[in-house]
Design a protein around this ligand. Structure first.
Ligand SMILES: Cc1cc2nc3c(=O)[nH]c(=O)nc-3n(C[C@H](O)[C@H](O)[C@H](O)COP(=O)(O)OP(=O)(O)OC[C@H]3O[C@@H](n4cnc5c(N)ncnc54)[C@H](O)[C@@H]3O)c2cc1C
Length: 384
């Protein structure tokens, strides 16, 4: 049994409590099959909470508004700016509509805990969707005053048929946006030393959060690390991105092809090509943020970029190559290594198997996908 089941504790069924809401923790073992006892515990953990107001939830009537972000009522923010990042995504900057000296502390608690989100309301349809605030890095253009005043930034993809993302992209500057939260998506355990974050598209936002949260714990004695695999369909999404690992010209099928069952074609290791910048053009906003994090924590952050457009996909070989490059976990320190996966549903399914719905709750579901096939030892896995 892998003790990763036990790693991720300390959550609260916070829909009923003040403070951040926590999603249920159903970390899956990346190694052997759980014993019946472990299985029971897994089910127990899995049945803890998950946000009842998750994606697509119909929003019941709310109490009076608050000036401070909170999980129970919607708080008004103003759209300060919306800058295109690529042809399909934008960076949104929002500031609280009414001043509150508490926002900073609310965010700070969430940043310290791990990966978190807020729910935006679409008022005409009375539906909500979750979005992930971006952390502040050395590359973030916010001023200290703006940060202290509770500004938040979001990287949001416009789904051409999506209700809320289209609505957000149609708003005029200065418009109100209502949100509630924070909702903790993944509490990063204190003992975590190594995160492998596998991100698809806007799944990079929680990767930046995980990096920020983990690396903020850096001291002279404690130097945790994060490695990010970031897959995009188009080059324009990650212009200027420069992979830290020499490129393995391996997995020739995309996650969506794999999802439908096609097999992978691999190329021998001796055909490894040197790392290449994706483009000479100016770096995209997210690439600058990733570079900002790297410059703040030299040697503790590495990023590899994968592009469908260039037939480069994250596959078993890439993951194994990274895993083998990390120190082996010592028996006495379970839970120091964490794999987080975030992105479109099909991407998550392909990597670690789908999340599942039961009794109106979204649960982690069993570990499947290529990570299960790799049968990694000593890594806890979490689907975002
Ligand atoms: C914790 C969390 C954090 C997130 N963070 C971010 C973030 O930072 N940035 C970001 O861009 N996204 C993020 N997302 C995703 C975001 O919440 C939304 O899911 C996304 O913006 C799409 O919402 P939408 O309302 O625009 O699309 P929806 O209206 O939900 O539609 C999504 C797609 O499903 C299709 N669809 C809808 N209904 C049907 C149907 N009945 N049959 C067939 N197809 C259908 C639509 O055509 C569309 O293509 C996050 C999600 C979660 C859970």
């Amino acid at each position: 049994m892998n003790t990763s089941f036990l790693l991720l504790t300390g959550r609260r069924s916070a829909l009923r409590q003040a403070g951040p809401r926590y999603r249920s923790y159903a970390s899956s073992s990346a190694s052997s099959k759980p014993s019946p006892a472990a299985k029971n515990r897994w089910i127990g953990i899995a049945l803890v909470t998950i946000a009842a107001g998750g994606t697509g939830a119909y929003l019941r009537s709310q109490g009076p508004g608050s000036a401070t972000l909170n999980p129970d009522t919607f708080t008004k923010y103003n759209l300060v700016s919306r800058e295109p990042v690529s042809s399909t995504s934008s960076l949104f900057t929002l500031r609280p509509r009414y001043p509150s000296e508490h926002n900073y502390d609310v965010y700070e608690d969430a940043w310290k805990t791990g990966v978190w989100s807020v729910m935006f309301k679409q008022p005409q349809l009375q539906i909500g969707r979750d979005y992930t605030p971006l952390p502040t890095t050395a590359a973030t253009p916010l001023t200290v005053d703006e940060e202290n005043n509770g500004y938040l930034r979001f990287f949001i993809r416009k789904d051409p048929f999506g209700e809320v993302s289209r609505y957000l992209h149609s708003l005029k500057l200065g418009a109100d946006i209502e949100m509630r939260g924070p909702q903790i998506e993944c509490a990063i355990p204190k003992q975590t030393q190594e995160i492998l974050f596998i991100a698809g598209g806007t799944g990079i936002a929680p990767a930046l959060q995980a990096g920020y949260s983990l690396l903020n714990r850096t001291t002279e004695e404690n130097r945790p690390r994060i490695h990010i695999f970031w897959a995009n369909r188009l080059k324009e999404d990650c212009i200027g991105g420069h992979s830290d690992t020499p490129i393995l010209p391996t997995s020739r099928s995309s996650w969506f092809a794999g999802w439908f069952g096609s097999s992978k074609e691999t190329v021998p290791r001796d055909q490894i090509a040197p790392a290449q910048p994706l483009s000479n053009q100016e770096s995209s906003m997210i690439v600058r943020e990733l570079d900002g994090l790297k410059s703040q924590y030299p040697g503790q952050v590495t990023v590899d970029y994968y592009l469908d457009e260039e037939n480069r996909f994250i596959g078993k070989k890439e993951i194994l190559n990274y895993i083998e490059s990390t120190p082996r976990p010592s028996d006495g320190s379970p839970g120091t290594k964490l794999i987080l996966v975030s992105g479109p549903e099909g991407f998550i399914s392909y990597m670690v198997g789908p999340k599942v719905w039961a009794d109106g709750k979204e649960l982690q579901g069993p570990l499947r996908g290529i990570i299960k096939e790799l049968d990694l030892k000593g890594w806890a896995v979490w689907k975002l």
